[in-house]
Design a protein around this ligand. Structure first.
Ligand SMILES: *Cc1c(COP(=O)(O)O)cnc(C)c1O
Length: 420
């Protein structure tokens, strides 16, 4: 199946007389004929359904669909994108370990990596994505367990050189984890370029309609966990009668360990109803992504060189510094544009307040056009230094182009720019 078809049909194939649409299985638990059978499921929790903190049929249909869309061996949904990021790291890092991340990542990710994981004894070493291979290699320590980056960074909109970062990670025997939220598998499939683990905030384009907060982790199945650096995937797990994930689950070791240990203990599994809504978004994702890219390109071309705009960042523009990476990795640059209004913070906020169609909201990648001021909102907790590292300027507006008629979006921008 081609990817557009997978969006509609993967993950759920109804049999004779079964519901056409993925049913919402609104049940915390599942019935067994005997205690012996329940006991055997505890020995091997992935064999069958036990309890909806680990797995649920509605959520599993979505997990299987996303795994197929990304080309992975398995996926696990989480109750938010933040939970996906957290578990993707905790699955391979413990107190005393470190990992490397590019500086240009989502504000919530910066907080998680710089503060919360630090309190848990896990150190994040931030590197500049433009540093040379040699400089990045120098950041590795014997306890470094992963490399992390975003395909299209939120909100810096820089494009990750996935192949280069995968090579560097693999030269150091660690996996590359890519947050593919803005690109979605429609615009980029990071596994094809060497990423080992792919994560998403499904709250954005995957859902698309701003109706559910969620996340997902996808395992490529390609990483060799037996290289000596990841004993927790190889050696017996005391909390599961001494099973070895690699031995028992082979290529799916990472994602099954995440479910059996971390989902069991943290319990950040989405509700069946959220998964149902997410699935509706996934069904139209291919066609929506095409239109977001088309609309955003027109808006970017309108803004480029406008007298009231200091600069614009849209990696789909040929003049953009990331354009060569866009051409290599992406089928389109998504609907998100970052612009810097002349006059800094004050003028940016004035512009945003003057918009009529585009709404001010803490969201991005919605079906409706929306705007956000990163410096005073999502990235408010960051120091000036961290703001610069994340590629954020006080006059910056994150403009998320929706699916309205593009002429209406441009007229709205025009009238707002005329007011400042
Ligand atoms: C929004 C976002 C997250 C966090 O996801 P939530 O669903 O809001 O928890 C992580 N990464 C990126 C790139 C995001 O845009």
């Amino acid at each position: 199946m081609k990817i557009e078809t997978k969006c509609l049909h993967s993950g759920y194939t109804p049999k004779n007389t079964e519901p056409r649409v993925v049913p919402i299985v609104q049940s915390t638990t599942y019935v067994y004929d005997s205690t012996e059978e329940v006991a055997s499921v505890f020995d091997e929790p992935t064999k069958s359904l036990i309890y909806s903190r680990f797995a649920n049929p509605t959520v599993m249909a979505v997990e299987n669909k996303i795994a197929e869309l990304e080309g992975g061996v398995g996926a696990m949904c989480t109750s938010s994108g933040q939970a996906a990021t957290l578990l993707s790291i905790l699955n391979i890092c413990r107190a005393g370990d470190s990992f490397i991340s590019t500086g240009e990542v989502y504000g919530g990710t910066v907080n998680l990596f710089s503060f919360t994981l630090k309190k848990m004894g896990i150190e994040c070493i931030f590197v500049d994505r433009n540093s040379s291979d040699e400089e990045i290699m120098k950041a590795f320590k014997p306890n470094t367990k992963a490399v992390f980056g975003e395909t299209i960074a939120n909100p810096a909109l820089s494009v990750l050189d996935i192949e280069r970062f995968a090579k560097i990670a693999h030269a150091n025997n660690v996996p590359l984890i890519v947050d593919n939220t803005f690109a979605t598998p429609i615009l980029c499939r990071p596994i094809e370029f060497g990423a080992d683990i792919v994560i998403h905030s499904t709250s954005k384009y995957m859902d698309g309609h701003a109706v559910q907060v969620g996340g997902v982790i996808v395992d490529s199945g390609n990483f060799d966990w037996t290289n000596g650096k990841f004993p927790e995937l190889v050696e017996p797990d005391e909390s599961y009668h001494g099973i070895s994930y690699v031995e028992t689950y082979g290529k799916a070791a990472y994602i099954i360990k995440a479910r059996m240990q971390l989902m069991r203990d943290f319990g950040v599994y989405p509700a069946a109803h959220s998964a149902f809504l997410l699935n509706l978004g996934l069904e139209t994702m291919a066609i929506r992504m095409e239109k977001y890219c088309e609309n955003a390109m027109k808006v970017a071309n309108y803004l480029k060189g406008h007298e009231k705009i200091e600069s614009i960042k849209y990696p789909g523009l040929e003049s953009d510094e990331d354009y060569p990476l866009t051409k290599k990795y992406l089928k389109g640059a998504s609907g998100v544009i970052s612009l810097v209004i002349k006059g800094g913070r004050e003028k940016a906020m004035e512009f945003m307040n003057s918009l009529q169609l585009a709404s001010n909201e803490v969201h991005v990648a919605d079906i409706r056009t929306c705007v956000l001021h990163p410096a005073s909102e999502t990235h408010r907790q960051l120091t000036d230094e961290q703001l610069v590292a994340a590629g954020i300027n006080g006059g910056m507006v994150r403009f998320s182009v929706g699916l309205e008629n593009v002429d209406d979006i441009i007229s709205d921008i025009e009238q707002a720019l005329n007011k400042i």
